[in-house]
Design a protein around this ligand. Structure first.
Ligand code: 0GY
Length: 299
């Protein structure tokens, strides 16, 4: 029995997704998903901004198999703060089929980093979304960046679209590969050709070390499920322009969704709308995540 009670307005992930019509290519990687707890075994962090329902690695790997994926990249969720034990447990139970992105503090030791590396962590996440975390000083983040760089890790950054101008120079100063979560959360009511999304495209255009996840239409869409049509032009633009630097993930178990819980099967059917050829689909779901997370298997 967990000590944790999920937030009253928490929407728990849906346990019966439809089988997707789109068949993902062999070797496909769900490159953005999380595990929550279970809280009774891996307590949520005292500093968390939300308390979710449990979402275990058993449930995640069952979804992976159902949707036709072969691997996962599990991103440390903010409800666990910098306590990566639930993530590590999931990686250790994945039989090499999952890699991780952790959250660490600047005082982490090289020995602790090496342990995370040994279990499959390949990156850290810097989160700038104010409803999820208290802002971290940038000099501390740079300290982390320089500690993880020698391990060949990358940095995942998560921010709101309107905050890109403020953080732009910091992002371009990072010494590693950088992966932007969810296309930098654009306001999809604006034009895909407008200055706001233009700045995001410039970030990728001028910095070949910066990649983007083209995930989370359900978070960005105003038109809503099941097709999330208003997000398609944005994600398609990024895939078309930067086909070798894009990743895709379900974002299961979909933290902080307030108006609906997406169906993971239908989210998979979003992929061919934004990666419109077999070649682009293979890059997005197989070649790119394999190069970043399992490079030893792509040589
Ligand atoms: C996502 C998005 C969100 C939450 C987290 O770690 C998290 O708590 O990432 C969000 O609330 O937008 O990528 O899962």
């Amino acid at each position: 029995m967990s000590d944790f009670v999920m937030d009253p307005d928490w929407l728990c992930w849906a346990s019966n997704p439809v089988r997707p019509s789109f068949k993902v290519p062999p070797g496909a990687v769900d490159a953005h998903c999380h595990v929550f707890g279970p809280g009774a075994r891996f307590p949520f962090a005292p500093e968390r901004k939300y308390t979710p329902c449990d979402a275990s690695w058993q449930q995640l790997f069952a979804l992976r198999d159902f949707l036709g994926f072969e691997r996962n990249v599990i991103v440390q969720a903010t409800c666990h703060g910098s306590d990566n034990r639930a993530l590590v447990d999931a990686l250790q139970n994945s039989h090499g089929k999952a890699r991780g992105v952790a959250t660490v503090k600047p005082d982490i030791t090289l020995q602790q980093l090496q342990h995370l590396h040994d279990v499959g962590v390949r990156g850290v996440r810097f989160n700038f979304v104010k409803r999820l975390v208290d802002a971290l000083p940038k000099d501390g983040l740079l300290e982390v960046a320089h500690k993880i760089a020698p391990l060949g890790w990358h940095i995942v950054i998560y921010f709101e679209g309107q905050e890109l101008p403020e953080h732009y120079d910091f992002f371009t100063s990072l010494p590693t590969t950088v992966v932007v979560d969810h296309m930098g959360r654009p306001d999809v009511s604006r034009s895909v050709d407008g200055p706001e999304f233009g700045l995001f495209l410039k970030l990728l255009q001028e910095n070949p070390n910066i990649w983007s996840k083209v995930s989370c239409p359900e978070r960005l869409s105003i038109s809503g499920p099941d097709k999330y049509e208003d997000v398609i032009p944005f994600a398609k633009r990024v895939v078309d322009r930067f086909p070798d630097r894009v990743l895709w993930g379900t974002d299961w178990p979909h933290p902080n969704m307030k108006n609906h819980m997406p169906d993971d099967g239908k989210l998979v059917d979003f992929v061919p709308m934004i990666a419109t050829t077999v070649e682009l689909q293979k890059k997005l779901l197989v070649d790119n995540p394999m190069r970043l997370y399992w490079p030893e298997e792509t040589k």
